[in-house]
Design a binder for this molecule. Structure first.
Ligand SMILES: Nc1ncnc2c1ncn2[C@@H]1O[C@H](COP(=O)(O)OP(=O)(O)O)[C@@H](O)[C@H]1O
Ligand SMILES: [Mg+2]
Length: 375
């Protein structure tokens, strides 16, 4: 998909404006706190998702002199998707969203979901590499929820079964006679968990191959990235079936039953899965430099965009907030010039960085005023 026009009214610190982005790379540059991220956020909100900065809808309209947010803000976008020109309007009024899609008014902002697709990278995604497995599982599951309509439901059922099994484990400590009930929950958990594991393994396989290619491009072929799904349930081959996963998970539950009862917690299962990230065979988390970690997350996010595009036929727009710092010249060069076939919006501080770009547009942002520049 391609954004052809974006207009904003009373949104954050942005002056009421309209811009006509390039179908390729759009560089948004300016000093700190001028409104660059606000512009990306305006684009992102059309996905129907919440602010990636965790802002409430009521905080999005411009602040008045009294320090209060204006009652309303509006964003409008013209875009090309599903082989036709389309229009969307997103209104925020007294903290509530509504939308107009191709002239049809909708009561919610979530009516936009699936219309406009985007992948966002902002500095906080670095935690994907730096922190524990929770964020990496969310990264996989978030993509799967978009890719596989039934996945969110399957994951929800697993998580509920897990809560129930954990509750039972705690009861068992006092009421050992409930032990037979545990077998029922074990069987259920193993079946539901196996379905989640198979989906995650399949997705990571597809995404990881793309991430490896992109990382090789970013590092000019000097470094390699390997992303691998690591199920918490051990002893499975890489091509495990749902039946094998179920059997192995059940065996694992039996093996650790006594200690699970002691701790009141299910110690193995998809809720403990991880995505391992290796750079040249070394853990990206422990050994990667800042620049390498940033490149890793970028490669993962771009690979996610490609995988989603492969499935839906629509290439998501790519929003890159502040990725340039800590990337050396050749990595910046790759990003600006080798992201063919996608529309990219990228923020950075210096116009020199933006000057590297060969095809695209540049926008200067100063105190909320956006000025297009010819490259
Ligand atoms: N609702 C709002 N009304 C007016 N200004 C806002 C609002 N929300 C954020 N801002 C201002 O926007 C500026 C930050 O913009 P941002 O896009 O994050 O900057 P950057 O260019 O560094 O990415 C800050 O000065 C902040 O005070
Ligand atoms: Mg910013």
């Amino acid at each position: 998909m391609i954004v052809k026009r974006l207009a904003t009214r009373s949104f954050r610190n942005l002056e009421d404006t309209e811009i006509f982005p390039h179908a390729g790379v759009n560089v948004i540059y300016g000093d700190n706190a001028q409104g660059k991220t606000n512009l990306l956020e305006a684009l992102w909100l059309f996905t129907g998702g919440h602010s990636f900065r965790g802002a409430k809808d009521g905080e999005l309209p411009v602040l008045g002199a009294d320090g209060k947010n204006a009652p309303s803000a509006a964003l409008a976008m013209d875009f090309f998707s599903e082989e036709r020109d389309q229009k969307a309007v997103l209104q925020i009024e007294n903290g509530r969203r509504s939308s107009v899609i191709n002239g049809v008014a909708k009561k919610t902002g979530s009516a936009l979901v699936g219309k406009v697709r985007a992948v966002i990278f902002s500095p906080e995604y670095l935690l994907l590499v730096k922190e524990g497995p929770h964020r990496r599982r969310s990264f996989i599951d978030g993509a799967l929820c978009q890719l596989r309509p039934g996945f969110a439901g399957a994951l929800g059922m697993y998580n509920r079964a897990l809560l129930q099994r954990n509750a039972l484990l705690k009861d068992l400590f006092r009421f050992p006679e409930l032990r037979d009930t545990l077998e029922v929950w074990d069987a259920r958990l193993a079946k539901l968990g196996a379905a989640v594991m198979v989906e995650r393994r399949n997705y990571v396989g597809r995404m990881a191959a793309r991430a490896a290619d992109i990382y090789a491009g970013i590092s000019k072929g000097k470094e390699s990235l390997e992303a691998a799904y690591v199920p918490s349930v051990k002893g499975l081959s890489e091509s495990f079936t749902a039946g094998e996963a179920e059997e192995a998970f059940l065996a694992e539950l039996r093996r650790v039953e006594a200690s699970d009862i002691r701790t009141g917690f299910t110690s193995y299962g998809p809720h403990r899965d991880d995505l391992e990230l290796f750079l040249h065979g070394l853990s990206a988390r422990s050994f990667g430099s800042q620049g390498q970690q940033r490149s890793t997350v970028l490669a993962l996010k771009l690979a996610e965009a490609e995988t989603l595009a492969g499935a839906s036929g629509e290439t998501p727009i790519v929003l890159l907030d502040d990725v340039m710092s800590e990337l050396d010249q050749s990595r910046q060069d790759y990003l600006l010039n080798h992201l063919h076939g996608r529309q990219v919006f990228i923020t950075c501080c210096s116009p020199e960085t933006a000057g590297l770009q060969e095809t695209g547009k540049r926008f200067r942002v100063e105190a909320g005023k956006i000025t297009p520049e010819t490259v």
